[in-house]
Design a protein around this ligand. Structure first.
Ligand code: FAD
Length: 516
């Protein structure tokens, strides 16, 4: 018997990490998608290395975090070198376990990462359509009609409810929508190289080296004796970009780090841009990932931010397509994600300029101030924790969103659900998030009216015994926390009153999946 494939509701353009995570989350929620990519195969170069804690938490919801943790390399120690001298060595150890099930960021090269996502997609019946290019699209009568050219060169018209532009920095979707991509390009040329080497910087730790005119970051990789270098190529003519080799890159810092390069496995040079699209949505089309924002790769944020966009949009699209949420849910995608993208681009821009600027003042700050102030500041646990939480994207929050209501103690709606390691129950409070569904959490005892309301709406209610860990995480005893499918808090009510919960669900038209 021939199985007929369900008609796709969403066309995903681009099978980089952003597009594939969007496809995977939608598929898990039962939404039929098509995902196309104009290239013949997934990327074969390592590019984004760092997978942040928040991404691991989102992957845990999908049941794929273990694929990353089993093959990646944890970053536990960071060394700061200034003008040939090691000025700080900071052990983060498993600091992340104070606020997450994951100890810290993990190094997992993008090529392996993409292969894993391709396999996960195949396991849920979604095959990336290769050599398939989006040419054009238009919104017609409440749908999107797209023109794509397939592997055989034949053009096809694809009609879907929504189109997602996950098609990278040179996005065709953004171009068709005529959305501006303001920002700029840094003057310097940078290189990325995966090398085999010897010396102290190849000790499994992260090394950041600053110099008068140079900058070099050495990232550990899973295979012993291999590292990723990210550094500057100075005074390169505009057209040198294509032809530069290892011999052309700046060797000064490499030499004073006593880094012996045995073999260069991959080298790429690139200009770094910092741009944010003026809109992330126009009608039935959305922009995500590099199509929406690009910045310096130095902080290891780019790919992770694209994955965050994908998750933010996926559950909203699924809810609207399955009549489990009002259309207005989709209006919250842009304000939630563009605000974070703008902050991120601004902060990476500032940091990147300070690290690479050749201006006199910036050089003095880099060479005289940083070696003194950085070790002092990082000596304090509170500073280290704040840094780790920021880099890990655990502080991304949506307090101003139309979906966020209420606060209790230090916890505000819009924040990621604080993580609690349960000393009584076997698991932590993130385990139920794998349902990808709305849910209510109570730390303590839920009121009878709240329990009844959840039962009536078939909204899963998770009551965790009150314990010191929950208090430390910032929860208020017996308060009700309505949690979104992506693990952010939507509504907080201290008295656990059911009327407010019901009114919230009705206003947003929310129907839990558990109730279908
Ligand atoms: C050298 C380098 C190092 C980096 N290091 C880091 C790092 O350490 N940490 C980090 O977080 N990020 C890093 N990044 C950034 C990271 O690689 C990107 O942020 C990430 O790849 C973005 O994913 P994406 O899926 O949004 O876009 P992409 O990975 O760019 O994927 C877009 C896809 O869309 C396809 N496509 C484009 N146009 C069309 C069309 N018309 N039709 C069909 N398909 C189309 C492309 O073929 C491509 O496969 C680095 C980038 C580079 C270049």
């Amino acid at each position: 018997m021939n199985e007929t494939k369900p008609v796709a509701r969403v066309l995903i353009v681009g099978a980089g990490p952003t597009g594939m995570v969007l496809a995977l989350w939608l598929a898990r929620l039962g939404v039929a998608v098509r995902i196309i990519d104009k290239t013949a195969s997934p990327g074969t170069t390592s590019r984004a290395l760092a997978v942040q804690i928040r991404t691991l938490e989102l992957y845990r919801q999908l049941g794929i975090a273990n694929q990353v943790t089993a093959h990646g390399h944890w970053v536990e120690t960071v060394n700061l070198w200034v003008a040939g001298r090691k000025t700080a060595r900071l052990g983060f150890g498993a600091a992340g376990n104070d606020f997450s099930a994951y100890p810290g960021p993990i190094i997992y090269p993008q090529d392996e990462h993409e292969k894993m996502l391709v396999d996960e997609l195949a396991s849920v019946g979604v095959i990336v359509e290769r050599c398939c290019e989006l040419l054009d699209f238009a919104e017609i009568k409440g749908q999107v009609s797209a023109r794509v050219r397939g592997a055989n060169g034949v053009e096809e018209s694809v009609v879907v409810d929504y189109i997602a532009g996950c098609d990278g920095a040179h996005s065709r979707v953004r171009e068709v929508l005529n959305i501006g991509f303001p920002g700029g390009t840094y003057e310097h040329l940078f290189y990325v190289a995966d090398i085999e080497g010897r010396g102290e910087p190849v000790n499994g730790e992260l090394h950041v080296a600053l110099d008068t005119n140079d900058f070099l970051a050495v990232f550990p990789m899973a295979k012993a004796g291999t590292v990723r270098l990210v550094g500057t190529v100075r005074q390169a003519p505009d057209d040198a970009h294509q032809s530069l080799s290892w011999d052309d890159v700046s060797q000064r810092v490499v030499q004073w780090l006593h880094l012996e390069v045995i073999k260069v496995n991959w080298l790429s040079t690139y200009r770094v841009h910092h741009r944010v699209a003026q809109q992330f949505r126009k009608g039935r089309a959305f922009l995500l990932g590099d199509a929406a924002h690009i910045h310096s790769p130095a902080g290891g944020q780019g790919m992770n931010t694209g994955i965050g966009d994908a998750v933010n949009l996926a559950w909203k699209l699924a809810a609207v397509l399955q009549a489990r949420g009002r259309d207005a849910l989709l209006d919250t995608y842009e304000p939630e994600r563009i605000a974070f993208a703008r902050r991120l681009v601004k902060s990476t821009d500032r940091g990147f300029r300070e690290v690479t600027s050749s201006n006199w003042l910036a050089r003095r700050v880099r060479l005289d101030l940083v070696p003194v102030v950085a070790p002092m500041a990082l000596h304090f646990r509170v500073v280290r924790r704040f840094m780790l939480r920021t880099i890990s994207q655990l502080l991304v929050s949506y307090p101003a969103s139309a979906l966020s209501e209420g606060r209790a103690g230090a916890v505000r709606a819009g924040q990621r659900l604080p993580w609690v390691r349960m000393s009584v129950e076997a698991e932590d409070n993130f385990a139920p998030l794998s349902s990808l569904d709305w849910q209510v959490h109570v730390y303590g005892v839920p009121s009878a009216e709240l329990s009844e309301a959840c039962l009536a709406r078939r909204l899963p209610l998770h009551a965790f015994a009150w314990q010191a860990e929950a208090m430390r995480a910032g929860f208020t005893r017996d308060a009700a926390y309505l949690v979104r499918p992506d693990g952010y808090i939507a509504l907080i009510r201290v008295m656990g009153r059911a009327a407010d919960l019901l009114s919230y669900l009705d206003r947003h038209g929310i129907v839990a999946r558990g109730s279908r």
